[in-house]
Design a protein around this ligand. Structure first.
Ligand SMILES: *Cc1c(COP(=O)(O)O)cnc(C)c1O
Length: 409
């Protein structure tokens, strides 16, 4: 096979490496070189690669039934809906195939909610730095000008305030009677790993109740155990009206979900929303299996422990680094902020450290290891990141001098 990228749209800046197989937190490229995965396909493969139970459930269901239609009842969809509602305290579910679609569902619910209360032009409060997807509606909801550029006109109906600033939300409430909902991430992932404070989330809940707004939480990246709780908002002990899931829900098999309770749960009437593939037997059975494994293996609890180990490890290893300005995170969502652009570190981490990382917002190294990582793998991630950041280009020391200093493995 002699593949190349010449027939692919240039939507991505791709690294020149392609992986042939994986196992747990490890990956092997086409040349058989081994790598350590500290991003899990961007918070997707939380159970690790090639999980044997996921693999066998996919094979078994593929041999029975892949797809029928939402014209009919789908047992696995009904089971998954019940499981997720029990886990989250929500009442109703809608299934789709991605995070953006899950958020589209939430945005449509918010507008229905507004119209039901005679708000002709309902507005949804969103956050600076927020990320909700790449469709026109979710891009309009996102707070990243550079990603919106070129796609104007954006969708109207959004009001933007700074993240983690309850005063700004109160001010918006006073000035705009048309607000009907708030859409917010409990931890901003693409935005550079910013954790919402517990007080902020509780105050948001209180304000939404007071104003009759829907509190809609985008748990697509922070949910499914990643932050050390099943869902990010649980650290604050609140329950949203609407929440969206995707990413790790299928461990790499595409699936998204929008869950709702109370007034938000019964807004859709038949024909008002839909998805051809959404909620098919294969995707829903895989997601049920993901939930089984996460509960049985206590992965949210493990993420809390490993996440603390990762953060303290990074803080210790990078304490005196001249370019590191902040290390923050929750559970296995960690960000290392530098005082300089560092996009080139993604490629250097691959070639020099055989480590998969991402850089977001130009200056933040983001780590999202699979939740199944053991202590040794967590320590290994810390070691490789520390070595990456201690090499010549990062500290001003020549590369050769650094190579001699580094311990041999
Ligand atoms: C990844 C992500 C999305 C978009 O999900 P897609 O499956 O890529 O459409 C939305 N919100 C958050 C918080 C995300 O991290």
């Amino acid at each position: 096979m002699n593949a190349n990228t010449s027939h692919l749209m240039r939507a991505y800046a791709r690294q020149p490496v392609s992986f042939a197989r994986g196992r747990g937190a490890r990956l092997w490229d086409n040349q058989g070189q081994e790598y350590l995965d500290a991003i899990a396909g961007v918070a997707v493969t939380s159970l690790g690669h090639a999980h044997p139970e996921i693999a066998s459930v996919i094979a078994e269901q593929a041999g029975m039934l892949l797809h029928t239609s939402n014209v009919f009842r789908i047992d696995w969809q009904e089971r998954l809906g019940e499981r997720l509602c029990r886990l989250t305290g929500m009442q109703k579910s809608f299934f789709c195939n991605s995070g953006a679609e899950a958020n589209e569902t939430a945005l449509k619910l918010a507008r229905l909610h507004g119209h039901r209360h005679q708000v002709a032009e309902p507005k949804i409060l969103v956050m600076e730095n927020g990320f909700h997807g790449r469709t026109i509606a979710t891009l309009s909801a996102s707070g990243n000008r550079s990603k919106q550029q070129g796609f104007e006109p954006l969708l109207p109906g959004f009001l933007r305030v700074p993240y983690n600033d309850i005063g700004a939300v109160r001010e918006a409430a006073e000035q705009s009677p048309d607000i009907v909902a708030v859409l917010v991430e409990p931890v901003q992932g693409e935005g550079g790993i910013h954790v919402a404070s517990i007080d902020y989330l509780r105050e948001l809940r209180r304000l939404c109740d007071e104003q009759g707004w829907l509190l809609m939480l985008d748990e697509i990246q922070a949910g499914m155990g990643r932050t050390g709780a099943w869902f990010g908002h649980q650290h604050a002990g609140i329950t949203p009206d609407v929440m969206t899931l995707a990413k790790a829900l299928g461990n790499g098999f595409p699936i998204g979900a929008c869950l709702a309770r109370g007034a938000a749960a019964d807004l859709f009437a038949p024909g008002q929303h839909g998805s051809t593939f959404g909620g098919n037997p294969l995707a829903c059975r895989v997601a049920c299996t993901v939930l089984d494994i996460m509960a049985r293996d206590k992965l949210p609890e493990r993420a809390a422990v490993s996440g603390a180990r990762l953060l303290t490890g990074l803080q210790k290893a990078l304490a005196d680094h001249p370019h590191v300005t902040a290390i923050r995170g929750q559970g296995l969502m960690a960000g290392i902020e530098l005082n300089r652009q560092c996009k080139e570190l993604v490629g250097r981490a691959l070639t020099e450290q055989r480590l998969l990382i991402t850089v977001t917002r130009d200056t933040v190294i983001r780590l999202l290891p699979p939740l199944i990582c053991d202590e040794m793998q967590i320590d290994d991630i810390v070691l490789r990141v520390a070595r990456l950041l201690s090499s010549g280009a990062m500290t001003g020391v020549s590369g050769a001098a650094v190579a001699e200093r580094e311990p041999k493995t």
